[in-house]
Design a binder for this molecule. Sequence first.
Ligand code: BG6
Length: 494
Amino acid sequence: MAEKQFPKGFLWGGATAANQYEGGWDLGGRGPATSDTAKAVRPEERQNLEGFSAAMTREKVEFALHDKEGLYPKRWGTDFYHRYKEDIALFAEMGFKTFRLSIAWSRIFPNGDDAQPNEEGLAFYDAVFDELGKYGIEPLVTLSHYETPIHLALEYGGWKDRRVIAFFEKYARTVFERYQDKVKYWLTFNEINIMGISGYVGGGLLFEDGKQNFQDLYQAAHHQFVASSLAVKAAREINPQFQVGMMLARMQAYPATCNPLDVMEEIKKDHENLFFSDVQVRGKYPAYAKRFFKEKGIELEIADGDLELLAQYPVDFMSFSYYMSSVARASEGSGEKTAGNFSLGEKNPYLEASDWGWQIDPVGLRITLNNLYDRYQVPLFIVENGLGALDKVEADGSIHDSYRIDYMKAHIEQMYEAIEDGVELMGYTPWGCIDLVSASTSEMSKRYGFIYVDADDEGHGTYDRSRKDSFYWYQEVIESNGASVLNEKGAEQE
Ligand code: BG6
């Protein structure tokens, strides 16, 4: 039997974001961003995503910016700013074909609404892209990954103000023009559906009464949809070779039982999640949105030309993060709860969970790929997936992360099955390919990397890099284009 492997040209790589990795928050002319106000969560508070999804007020933001006592680890991340050459050499050693990173908007426009871009910031990413180019690694660049310039939050209330659209368009045009020969793949907003959960993380929204409201969240989402289409338009004008994608935190819901009410609940949950990709991939608001808006009391202000713009400039491909699935039940309360990246959900008795309570569901990835491809018929890209775990460094410095290898192996097998099912899959960039600060808890001890970074939750350590067992394992996966996993004796058969 012929050896199984992934399609030729499959983009293997890894993913990061400036707000958790880059650091240098006050260097090179960078302005502060919303992520700089995220305080580290203690292990005993992990189930309480207060810092991540709570409503933010001006007072809280200003307190964080001037706080001398608190710990704000995203400000230094894991120091890509100073170590990008060393890190990129390690990615090249693993054989990366692509590397996902984000540009910190406030490194280019420190306040977000500046008249001129910051040349030092532009030069930094030139150097990064040139370094990637040396190794033939294709950058995959997110324009906005949880790092809205703080000035836009304080001055405009973030994305709920329509004026922010024009600032974003200017930023997108600036980087598209500058890097037009160095970058081909772009994503507009990371996990754009975060806007339904945390307006501050998603777009610097402030809620002075301390309570988020749907009206502002969905108005801000509308502004991001328009901004994303304007970015697609700019991309077409600047370099027709550009490929621009949207990015969704996908969470496939399963009905808790075959009770039709649970199935209907699953459809509702799916609608809440897929609403964002429905708009960005299909270029129009889905029919079900009408009822959802009515029930939530949302009345969108849509300017002349907005809907035409959405229809004319949908994205070229769809990317998504996949960490877990969820359970939908119509009646409240019977199931046990478990953690997830956005919220607490019901425990699925068929699945195991990570150290942080995120349920591990490789078959769910195949289901997700099939469902998304059936729905949209556009190329898909898995731009985040992985296991956040506590790693142990042995006395000789080695790190035996077999749990991470098992997790990835199982997901890669299911990706292959989905491709065999007919899904068009562009590539795979596991999250946090090098250890970085957690988005939800700002901890260091929640590690995803193939590369270990010597740093603890308090920011102590040398920040030196070392290779985990998974580094060598992933190197072989890429080298063999997946064959090392797919043809392993005992590899899961359909
Ligand atoms: C995604 C985000 O939600 O999940 C990343 O796009 C994040 O920024 C990742 O880091 C994992 O979440 P966490 O909270 O474990 O870092």
